[in-house]
Design a protein around this ligand. Structure first.
Ligand code: SF4
Length: 361
């Protein structure tokens, strides 16, 4: 009997041979999920695929697409003595225009790393004299938990908990990418976690309006190879459809309860993405019923519009226009220990992945 790893190797080799047979001209397939980016690098999938199949990373890392202004606003709040800022840890080192949250924390600001927004409520209860502001950053995967936290705060009658919201939606960003001629995307590997919330229908426009093949993919190396093979089949036969490779986790309708919580608490708005500019309907803000939990509404704060760091090409990297190694700062002035741009900060950032796992092709 064969060892299971031999079966996996054989299955991978078969898929790669089939991809090579099916794809007869150069294609660019974009993954729009930071977890996919890391999984692809870890497994060396870029090297395994035939040369006519290029994998490019898109704007799938929430830290990377959060613009400077948001960081500068968070930093301005953290400097107020009556504020406790709560955040996921990966936001700490993201450079703002002149500081970062980790620098502010070192200088004495009360900034606390949490693993769930719900922890912010315990902090708010323990410090009724302070305003506790949670940095709500992420896509459809993390937004429901932040929304549920607002509902819990309402139930508890907490009046010192707020969100500074930068939640973003993936489908409008895909639409923006397809209108970018330079990105030239042939097909999409769609994010498994986001799709587990929103389901398949929000992606239908990819095939129906743009005739671009798309496959929802899981995160194991074989999942990714199978999803690329499914894309290759569509490309070979001239079809464009939204297919689901990750059926063991993603039901066609997604997670109705999570979507209901999102719809109860938020409304969509136009927001800026680092590198992509303002994308219509791509952000979530608290709706009028829950606006009293919005930090900016309750305690407005103004920050000056800041330019992106000179020579940083993060915006082009996020659009799939250039590779990290095309940036003159890559691996020199910009490394994970001293990131210049946001794409080098998060472990899921494209530049950080290229630096850690090698530049590949
Ligand atoms: Fe920006 Fe650094 Fe990436 Fe260059 S290597 S694009 S400076 S994040």
């Amino acid at each position: 009997m064969k060892h299971p790893s031999e079966n996996i190797r054989e299955a991978a080799a078969h898929l790669i041979r089939e991809i090579d047979r099916l794809v007869t001209k150069p294609v660019r397939l974009m993954e729009v999920c930071g977890t996919h980016t890391v999984a692809i690098f870890k497994a060396g999938i870029r090297h395994l695929l035939p040369p006519q199949v290029e994998l490019v990373s898109g704007p799938g890392c929430p830290v990377c697409v959060t613009p400077h202004d948001f960081l500068d606003t968070a930093i301005a709040y953290s400097r107020r003595p009556d504020v406790i800022l709560t955040t996921f840890g990966d936001m700490l080192r993201v450079p703002g225009s002149s500081s970062s949250l980790s620098a502010e924390k070192a200088a004495g600001a009360d900034i606390r790393v949490v693993y769930s927004p719900l922890e912010s409520l315990d902090i708010a209860r323990a410090h009724p004299e302070k305003k506790v502001i949670f940095l709500a950053v992420g896509f459809e995967t993390t937004a429901p938990t932040a929304a549920a936290t607002v509902l819990t705060a309402e139930k508890l009658g907490l009046n010192n908990f707020y969100l500074l919201s930068a939640h973003k939606l993936v489908p409008p960003a895909l639409r923006a990418l397809l209108t970018d001629q330079e990105a030239k995307v042939t097909g999409f590997l769609l994010p498994g976690h986001v799709s587990a919330v929103i389901g398949i229908p929000p992606y239908h426009f990819l095939a129906e309006e743009y005739q671009v093949p798309a496959v929802i993919a899981g995160f194991e190396p074989l999942d990714i190879l199978q999803a690329v093979w499914m894309l290759a089949q569509q490309i070979h036969s001239g079809r464009a459809a939204v297919e689901n490779q990750y059926t063991r986790v993603v039901p066609p309708e997604g997670n109705p309860r999570a979507r209901q919580v999102l719809a109860q608490v938020y409304e969509t708005t136009n927001v800026a993405w680092r590198g992509l500019g303002v994308i219509p309907g791509s952000g979530l803000q608290l709706n009028p019923q829950y606006r009293s939990f919005d930090a900016l509404t309750r305690y407005p704060i103004q920050v000056e519009k800041a330019a992106e760091p000179a020579a940083c090409r993060c915006g082009e990297v996020l659009r799939g226009r250039v590779k990290p190694s095309d940036c003159l700062l890559f691996g020199k002035a910009c490394i994970p220990e001293h990131p210049v741009g946001s794409c080098m900060v998060s472990v899921e950032g494209t530049c950080a992945a290229w630096y850690k796992y090698g530049t590949g092709r």
